[in-house]
Design a protein around this ligand. Structure first.
Ligand code: NDP
Length: 348
């Protein structure tokens, strides 16, 4: 069975390295032949791609946890879709699979490792493998529980709190008996924090400098902060550091405010010394061996109605760049996902 009768492979290539916020001119749309798998490989007809802030870092030449995307290569992204052609007996055509592929119609991948079959019937929507049951959900789960190590009664401050990761962090912290304060951009997102994601207090960071942010955090967390789950960096991080309690933990998950500019650095790190506090960065892949157990517990909370999550789906490969940029303007409400194909495999 062929999951898609398409005869071309539209691809979004990295044409040049962006300076600051990427523009359309940094990318090129091309159309190649649909690849065929060698022995041990599969070709996936991509239905959905995960658009992640981290992809911005992969577009730079700077050293990171993954090699930079080479100029002229398709833009790397996690994708899910149906196997269109297979060179591996355990990966039959028509089955759903997930891989670290690219923003393209068809991705070719070696079966196994990061390339796995997924069970579309086990979840309400197959896109959930890119959100709550994917790297995003597990980043919230392991980042908070293993790095932030909250205990009941702690106050947990989450930045980027209305986003894909942050919205789940706040809810997991509540499940663990914590008080939660979320920081997000604008009144609508702040309302979502308290009304949809159960945050005890919400702070709108827009138009606030470090001292106004510091005052707002102090207001929302008069007894101080025991855990910071940091997604943003910059002024927001500096203000959070001014509110640490003795022995606090900072789980450094991301620094999205710095992805499109020269980093300003954290200017209040001395607070870690005076509060005997700990800061620890992490990558979700550090917890790869434990993904299944994390997903089971997240699944049980979902089944009990204790977790809400949102997916923001944009349609069409030609919308990849504008959709990606929404991550940096805050125009996404939930996990940003690009739909590349319809159910029948035709282009979305
Ligand atoms: P989100 O769904 O949170 O989308 C990004 C959000 O970040 C935007 O909606 C916007 O929200 C906020 N934002 C963007 N630019 C700025 C800025 N300059 N200042 C303040 N806020 C900004 O994305 P994710 O949940 O996928 O990712 C959140 C963070 O987690 C990122 O830093 C990402 O790199 C990191 N991450 C780390 C992982 C790891 O393994 N360590 C794995 C996955 C993600 P608003 O409207 O509130 O401004």
């Amino acid at each position: 069975m062929s999951a898609n009768p398409g005869s071309e492979n539209r691809r979004l290539l990295l044409h040049r390295r962006p300076e600051g916020i990427p523009t359309a001119a940094d990318f090129a749309h091309v159309s190649d032949a649909v690849p065929t798998p060698a022995e041990g490989e599969i070709v996936i007809r991509n239905h959905y791609a995960s658009l992640d802030p981290a992809m911005r870092g992969w577009m730079d030449a700077a050293p990171s946890y993954m090699p930079p995307i080479a100029l002229g290569d398709a833009v790397r992204a996690t994708v899910i879709g149906r196997i269109a052609a297979s060179g591996h007996p355990d990966f039959p055509e028509g089955r759903w699979a997930m891989t670290l592929g690219a923003l393209e119609d068809y991705s070719v991948a070696a079966a196994g490792g990061f390339t796995q079959l997924i069970d579309a019937d086990a979840v309400p929507s197959v896109t959930n493998y890119l959100s709550v049951f994917g790297a995003v959900g597990l980043t919230a789960y392991f980042g908070l529980l293993r790095i932030g190590r909250p205990t009941p009664g702690d106050t947990v401050l989450v930045t980027g709190a209305a986003g894909a990761v942050g919205s789940l962090v706040g809810q997991i912290a509540k499940i663990k008996g914590c008080r939660t304060v979320g920081i997000a951009g604008g009144p609508e997102k702040c309302a979502r924090l308290t009304e949809r994601y159960g945050y005890d207090a919400a702070i709108d960071y827009r138009d606030k400098d470090v001292s106004a942010l510091d005052a707002a955090i102090r207001d929302a967390a008069p007894d101080g902060v025991d855990v910071i789950f940091e997604n943003v960096g910059g002024d927001i991080f500096d203000a959070g550091l001014l509110n640490l309690n003795e022995g606090a933990r900072v789980a450094l998950c991301g620094l999205i405010s710095e992805y499109n500019r020269e980093p300003v650095g954290a200017r209040n790190l001395w607070q870690l010394i005076v509060k005997s506090a700990r800061i620890e960065g992490f990558l979700i892949r550090d917890f790869l061996d434990e993904f299944a157990s994390g997903a089971v517990e997240m699944g049980s909370w979902l089944a009990d109605g204790r977790l809400a999550f949102d997916e923001h789906v944009e349609l069409g490969l030609d919308q990849a760049v504008p959709a990606f940029l929404k991550l940096f303007s805050g125009a996404n409400n939930g996990k940003m996902i690009l739909q590349i194909a319809n159910d029948d495999g035709s282009a979305a």
